[in-house]
Structure formats: C-alpha cells, structure tokens
Design a protein around this ligand. Sequence first.
Ligand code: ADP
Ligand code: MG
Length: 254
Amino acid sequence: MEKEVIIKIDQLTKKYGEFEAVKGISFEVYQGEIFGLLGPNGAGKSTTLEIIETLREKTSGKVMVDGMDLDKSPDEIKKIIGVQLQTSGYYPNLNLTELLMLFGGLYNRDIKPSEFLAKVNLTDKAKAKYKELSGGQKQRFSIATTLINQPKIIFLDEPTTGLDPQARRNLWDLIRSIRSSGTTVIITTHYMDEAEVLCDRVAIIDSGKIIAKDSPDRLIDNLVATGFERPKEVKKANLEDVFIQLTGKALREE
Ligand code: ADP
Ligand code: MG
C-alpha cells in the first residue's frame, strides 16, 4: 500500500540574523510513523520542529501539514497537532488533574483528566503537582498534554534527554502505543541507539543540512555495503543491556 505523506518540507531555511541555522532542508513524514530528526546539539532540530509547529517563523521554503500550507492555514494546522510545551510553562500550584482540565479548556475540549493520566500511566499521581514528579513522570505528563486535542501528529523534542535507562524504555513504549493508536510522531534525539530501536525512518541533520534520510536499517545496511567494519569485535550485548538485566525494567520513580 502506498504510504500517505502527512508532512512535506521543501527547501526550508531559517536565518537568525546573518546566521543560517537551517539551510534548505527537504523531507517527508508518512502518516502513522515515528519519524526521527537526528543530529548533534545546534544542528537545527528544534528550529525545524518549531517552524512546523507554527511557533517560529521560517525564512523561506514550503511546509505542508496534512495537506495544509503553513503560510495559509497555520490556525488549521494548530488544531491537528500536539505540541510539548517547555516544562516551565506549567502552573506550579495546580495538580495534574487541574492542569489537564486547564489544557482541556485551552483546546475547548471537555476532557476526562483520568483518561489521559491512565494513557501515560500516571493514575496514582492525579493529585500530585508537576514539580513533585520524577523526570520520566514529567515527560509522560507532558506527552499526555500533547494528546488532549486528539491530534493527528505529535511533536516531541528530545523527550528522553536526562532520563535513566528504565524511564527511557518506558517512554519508548508510550511513544509506540501512541503510534499504534494511529498518531504520527515526530521526535528529535541525539541518541542513536534510541533512534535505531524507535524510529521507522530518520533524517540526520548536521549544521542545518540533511545529510541522510531513510530507515535506520537501510542506513546501516548501506554503510556495511561500503565495506565498513567496526574497529573492535562487536559483542552481542552492551553495558546498558547488562545494567537493565541486573536492575530490571521496572520504573524507579516513586
Ligand atoms: P538543536 O535543536 O538541533 O540543538 P537549534 O535548532 O536549537 O538546534 O539551534 C540551531 C542553531 O541556531 C544553533 O546554532 C543555535 O545556537 C541557533 N539558534 C537557535 N535559536 C536561536 C535564536 N533564537 N537566535 C539566534 N540563534 C539561535
Ligand atoms: Mg533542540
């Protein structure tokens, strides 16, 4: 079956004054996939994401989201996307239930906070304040807020940075379950192991340019086909596998 394109970026550029942070990038995201924008710090990942999210002005190029032109229909685009806010945006004195009600109000949706807390496995934190949550719980809560308007696409900007291995795996499961429900996910990361296990397709961005795009599998196969070999004999497990094997997958955040 032909995959349907839900986001199409064509020759996108962004200048901050004289500095060109995004230098004419083009890529497509298919409906229902987890698409990764990979790159080192400063590569232009957040800038690109925020432009698609309608939160930042582009300098030039064309952005189409679900058939809508960003230049013509930004408000229509806002209605079908879920955006993670910077965490400092949460009112400190409200609990999670109250925060979700507030978000529901912003989107003009009559929501049941308990349903959203259940989706991200935070039912027992309904009365907790955001600042009382662990790092992984904070990320799960902010993902819950992206789902309130039942978006077709959600954007996650480095959601696993700073999390321990258990919380990271837990978040991967959550992101996969969001994909299973039919939502397209765009995620940025600089962790290549994460992209390899989580993303259906990736674009690698460096200094504002896309230098590769494909599925992780094909990118690896292409490299191997050039005769590339790892300098050291590769073991069948790594230290993180040892760590997870020893400590278990259960979350440690209560
Ligand atoms: P990434 O998310 O990949 O780390 P960013 O998109 O945040 O990269 O930033 C890309 C480049 O643009 C960096 O060199 C950064 O310093 C610069 N940059 C980002 N935001 C601004 C801004 N508001 N003003 C000026 N330069 C910026
Ligand atoms: Mg960034």
